[in-house]
Design a protein. Structure first.
Lengths: 112, 115
């Protein structure tokens, strides 16, 4: 059974701080790891990491994948109040059906 | 614009009632999914379907039922057998090949409350 564990579950920081969110996983026949941001309703896509793309960056957000240690981190620098959200990590196996297994999520609160 | 539409946004159910949540997509995606999200928890898979007239149980299928009569539609029925149905329900769709997770599209969700 595929498994994803995120930490911390909750994090409160001040604007301007840098945060690191963690995701460890177990999956049969890994295909990809994905990060999503969920503010109120639908999760929105942030990054996809694969065996051939283990580091991604977009503005203040960046993510790396350690396939050996089965671990990924999501970094957010110079945090803003608009970064407040639940951040979800998910893994996709090679098997058809493309069912994603999600972690519990990290609730990030950025205070002004 | 292509996307997924879930309805209603809010739903109240009396104990013992069955209710059906609607999910429609016009993305021409083959695969569709239903997830449940409880406060402080991630998304848990209820049912998924890769093709019309076929679907599989996810991790928490008990007390739920689905149908997939059309490619565009994947309704979820929450039956009276589901003992704790109060939750946020998300529908998603994707292609069914390659890096499908990259193209995962979510609806805006339905918040179901038992009264």
């Amino acid at each position: 059974e595929d498994k994803v564990v995120q930490s911390p579950l909750s994090l409160v920081v001040h604007e301007g701080d840098t945060v690191t969110l963690n995701c460890s996983y177990e999956v049969t026949n890994f295909r990809s790891l994905l990060w999503y941001k969920q503010e109120k309703k639908a999760p929105t896509f942030l990054f996809m990491l694969t065996s051939s793309g283990i580091e991604k960056k977009s503005g203040r957000l960046s993510s790396i994948l350690d396939k050996k240690e089965l671990f990924s981190i999501l970094n957010i620098t110079a945090t803003q109040t608009g970064d407040s959200a639940v951040y979800l990590c998910a893994v996709e196996p090679q098997t058809s059906g493309s069912r994603l297994t999600f972690g519990e999520g990290t609730q990030l609160t950025v205070n002004p | 614009d292509g996307g997924i539409t879930q309805s209603p946004k809010y739903l109240f159910r009396k104990e013992g009632q069955n209710v059906t949540l609607s999910c429609e997509q016009n993305l021409n995606h083959d695969a569709m999914y239903w997830y449940r999200q409880d406060p402080g928890q991630g998304l848990r898979l209820i049912y998924y379907s890769q093709i019309v007239n076929d679907f599989q149980k996810g991790d928490i299928a008990e007390g739920y039922s689905v149908s997939r009569e059309k490619k565009e539609s994947f309704p979820l029925t929450v039956t009276s057998a589901q003992k704790n149905p109060t939750a946020f329900y998300l529908c998603a769709s994707s292609i069914d090949r390659g890096y499908a997770g990259y193209g995962y599209t979510f609806g805006s969700g339905t918040r179901l409350t038992v009264v």
